[in-house]
Design a protein around this ligand. Structure first.
Ligand code: IDP
Ligand code: MG
Length: 150
């Protein structure tokens, strides 16, 4: 089992796509371990995207991610990090494959709807940045025995 952090970005919130996108994750079989809505403090967004601080799009990205409330969630499942990245598709909605979330719902490289962790080390750092340990919930979900056989 792996956990990954996802953020419904302000464009997904304002375009009222959160429910439809969350449904994709649920339909895949991924299980929520945490979820909350917040206005992200600028400093937290800057830490989250620190790896991009020298890129030309960094300040616009921080502006975007603080332009309105977001929904944060932790999803879990086998290889959840790669599974969720595959569901999202390429960063740029213009080139993301049809059938992926970004490919189906977006046309933009910045406004690409959802963030998802890209590796185990970043996932645990990001979960720690946005959630307190007691906000993470381990639970038995009724259909799980029909979703994962191993
Ligand atoms: P990812 O979200 O697919 O991992 P990253 O390369 O890590 O993509 O970039 C982080 C975020 O920065 C993207 O999700 C997107 O919102 C924004 N971004 C990435 N590349 C560009 C760009 O070339 N122009 C404007 N914004 C960008
Ligand atoms: Mg990234």
């Amino acid at each position: 089992m792996e956990r990954t952090l996802i953020i419904f970005k302000p464009d997904a919130m304002n375009r009222m796509l959160v429910g439809r996108i969350l449904t994709r994750f649920e339909e895949k079989g991924l299980r929520l371990a945490a979820m909350k809505m917040q206005r992200s403090p600028r400093e937290q967004v800057e830490r989250h995207y620190a790896v991009h601080k020298d890129r030309p799009f960094y300040s616009a990205l921080v502006e975007f991610m603080t332009a309105g409330p977001v929904i944060l969630a932790v999803l879990e499942g086998p290889q959840a990090i790669a599974v969720v990245r595959n569901l999202l598709g390429a960063t740029d909605g213009l080139v993301a494959a049809a059938g992926t979330i970004r490919g189906d719902f977006g046309l933009d490289v910045q406004y690409n709807l959802v963030h998802a962790s890209d590796a185990p080390e970043t996932a645990s750092k990001e979960i720690e940045l946005f959630f307190k340990p007691e906000e993470l919930i381990t639970w038995d979900r009724a259909p799980d025995r029909w979703i994962v056989s191993r």
